[in-house]
Design a protein around this ligand. Sequence first.
Ligand SMILES: *Cc1c(COP(=O)(O)O)cnc(C)c1O
Length: 475
Amino acid sequence: MAQSSDGDIFGDIERSIKPYRQDFPTFSRLPEKGRDKQEIINLMNSLYSREEARWKDGYVSGAVYHGDENHIDFLNNVYAINSQSNPLHSDLWPSTTKFEAEVVAMTANMLNADRVCENPQSNDAVCGVISSGGTESILLAMKTYRDWAKDVKGITEPEMIVPTTAHAAFDKAAQYFNIKMIRIPVGADFKADVTQTADAITDNTIVLVGSAPSFPHGTIDPIAQLSALALKNGLGFHTDACLGGFILPWADKLGYEVAPFDFRLPGVTSVSIDTHKYGYAAKGSSVILYRNPKLRNYQFYTITDWPGGLYFSPTFAGSRPGALIATAWASMVTIGERGYMDIAKRILETGAEIKNGIEEIPELYILGDPLWDIAFSSKTLDIYKIMDYMAERNWNLNGLQHPPAVHISQTHRHSRPGLAAKFIADLKFAVQQVAKNPDQETAGMGRLYGMAAQIPDKAMVDGFLRAYIDMLYKV
Ligand SMILES: *Cc1c(COP(=O)(O)O)cnc(C)c1O
């Protein structure tokens, strides 16, 4: 990315996120006569081929978690067969209902539930639902705890205690559902601080939260201690395993040191786990699991006197894409334990290679002790400039803040032979560039992060973010 001479950062951003205004037709109102289907397919193929290389070749952190051609073709086929299905009409598509129940059961078993919800009447069996993604799973869980605490304990001013490194979805839940968010700074190891969490508990606390692992630093919170604390105080405890749920069970079996984070711990009352990340399903599905059906019941919505009929919905949505539930099911039953273990092995080995490579670069250090989602920074150089030089070499990494850092979240796309070595070579190059010319401005996301860090007025940064969203909706 060349540095813009006029310093028009917003102009540069707009050009980079709206690259098709010149070469492709734009529709801001319906075409009077429908376009030819083949023309539209050609157009989409052309857009696809422009975008495909970056993620397919493994230059992107996270985003595409499997992405092998034959797996994509298979999911597309599954989607096509199920494209009309909607679990809102369980009488029309009992197939989708079957897929959903089985995805939930398989996931619960993977996370060491003693019993799964085969018999919903029993109140000691792990159960759950499929949502549209990790964020929805977390929102649903927090709403569930709010309603549970109100019903069981009469809490009307609920509070949740969350480590600062927990996903933004928890903050979103607090905003949406009027829950007071108590944020606890993590320790020097980037893990949740159990003592400070204990000190923050009040009569209004409804739930404690931990990540396995966290999105920013890939570190696993002390889930055993946090969930024991919740149990002792009669609180809910949510493990956010959106990122790690489909990796950690296999890492454990492969001999990596993985402390329990799931239903083996009696204090864990819910877990979010993303089928659309390392479950390798198409985007748009996640599982939210609860310790028992009684708790899950607080998530459900029902209305008995609506003129539109006797109505209910298990999640936020009404109609839901049955085809995405089908891809989650099909992905799980075709990959199987051995398949998940094989891919996890390669991801973890690549993670170790990248970790070792970073540790050998004296200007850099790794935050915490991650397995495969690796955050790094520098005590002497501007890490955001390093991020921009990495972008010049095609790497799409994630910027982090508090402290400034960058991470790469490894997926199956990074298992390509030689890619980890290429990453390290490019990282050495980027470090050299910044070391040689520390004052040289760069262009890209790093520059934006650098600027945001300099602005003391966070309302201004908030304004930028909102302007960015507005820009996305410009035709
Ligand atoms: C990705 C992620 C989420 C949110 O998931 P979405 O599917 O993007 O909504 C939540 N927690 C963690 C740890 C994640 O990595």
